[in-house]
Design a protein around this ligand. Structure first.
Ligand SMILES: Nc1ncnc2c1ncn2[C@@H]1O[C@H](COP(=O)(O)OP(=O)(O)OP(=O)(O)O)[C@@H](O)[C@H]1O
Ligand SMILES: [Mg+2]
Length: 337
């Protein structure tokens, strides 16, 4: 699979240059940026441009596993290290030997393991769980996260010393909304890329209105969201539907709407939202009223020791009406006297 970092924004150009410079060095790289901004693309390009390209890039999702499993995943274990360790298993650090270990979602790594990782990186060696043999670390460490690590450090969720150890080379991927000039370029890139994958691909055209909306949209899911929106359109989703969804997201996130979204459309959308809000308010009132009524009936029945005639009198309704209401609220006759 080939990876490409598409974009002409100065920040992206700088990252491309940096990839060229860093890939020879094996200095630790920390990739930062919101979800979908291209951190994994950069990690894979670093690997592909480096002399390590013929060795493996091993990715570990540090947020997906609980502490003990993640520890054995990273460092491996000897047979008998714990109950289910029926055979030796090498860790990802070993599998990435001479290659790259990509510590994805490092911001989600449990604190205890952060301490061990730091120790391993500093000493350059470790032992498998349940073992004594010393294994050398010679994988190139590239870490990535969409967290604000400095904030996490302040709040005690990330170790400052590990941050400095990983952050030798920092690469910050800007959100797509901060490099809007790249949107048309990325759009054309994805249309071309997926052309052969969908039946409609060869004749697929994106109209100007949707392209203009793409350029104005705030892309909270960044390049990944742009790519999946294009896939949806190429698979045959109605452009009108996609348009309405994007406009709806912009209204929900209070992003100013572009002129292409006409006033009429804006009003229609707000009108629909308002209608929904009123309907749901009515539903809230109705549910609350029903809850209160049910409580009053149960209280009256308790007071009357579940004698329905007496309870109906307390509630000042007819016996038949109480019977019907009990039925509609699903109150079963616990006791009758
Ligand atoms: N500059 C780019 N050029 C081409 N494709 C890109 C670019 N940036 C991202 N993509 C594509 O967008 C998708 C998301 O990118 P990627 O997986 O690298 O995001 P990420 O930053 O690792 O996100 P997360 O924090 O959610 O893991 C991928 O399919 C990737 O190929
Ligand atoms: Mg990623």
């Amino acid at each position: 699979m080939s990876y490409q970092l598409v974009g002409n924004h100065p920040a992206i150009q700088k990252i491309r240059e940096l990839i060229g410079l860093v890939s020879d060095t094996a200095l630790s790289v920390l990739l930062l940026g919101e979800t979908g901004t291209g951190k994994e693309v950069v990690a894979r390009l670093l690997h592909a441009c480096s002399p390590r390209r013929d060795k493996r890039l091993i990715k570990v999702n540090c947020g997906a596993l609980p502490l003990s499993l993640l520890e054995s995943e990273l460092f491996g274990y000897e047979k008998g290290a714990f109950t289910r360790a029926d055979k030796f298993k090498p860790g990802k650090f070993e599998l990435a030997s001479e290659g790259v270990i990509f510590l994805d979602q490092i911001g989600d790594m449990p604190l205890l393991l952060q301490a061990k990782l730091l120790e391993v990186l500093q000493s350059g060696e470790f032992a498998r769980l349940g073992g004594t043999e010393v294994v050398k670390v010679n994988a190139w460490v590239i870490a990535s996260t969409n967290h604000n690590l400095e904030q996490d450090i302040k709040e005690g969720r990330f170790r400052e010393d590990l941050y400095y150890r990983l952050n030798v080379i920092k690469v910050e991927l800007p959100p797509l909304r901060d490099r809007k000039e790249d949107i048309p370029l990325l759009t054309d890139y994805f249309v071309e890329k997926y052309r052969n994958e969908f039946a409609s691909g060869n004749h697929f055209q994106l109209g100007m209105p949707i392209r203009e909306l793409f350029s104005a949209y705030h892309w909270p899911g960044n390049v990944r969201e742009l790519s999946s929106t294009i896939i949806r359109l190429m698979m045959g989703d109605e452009p009108e539907e996609v348009r309405a969804e994007l406009v709806g997201n912009m209204i929900a996130d209070r992003v100013s709407l572009p002129e292409v979204v006409t006033v009429a459309e804006e009003e229609r959308n707000i009108g629909e939202q308002a209608k929904r809000a009123v309907t749901s308010l009515k539903a809230v009132k109705l549910n609350a009223a029903r809850d209160i009524e049910k409580k009053a009936i149960v209280n009256a029945l308790d007071l009357a020791r579940w004698n329905k005639k007496v309870a109906a009198k307390i509630l000042k309704i007819s016996y038949k009406s109480l019977f019907n209401k009990m039925h509609s609220h699903g109150i079963s006759i616990k006791r009758s006297s």
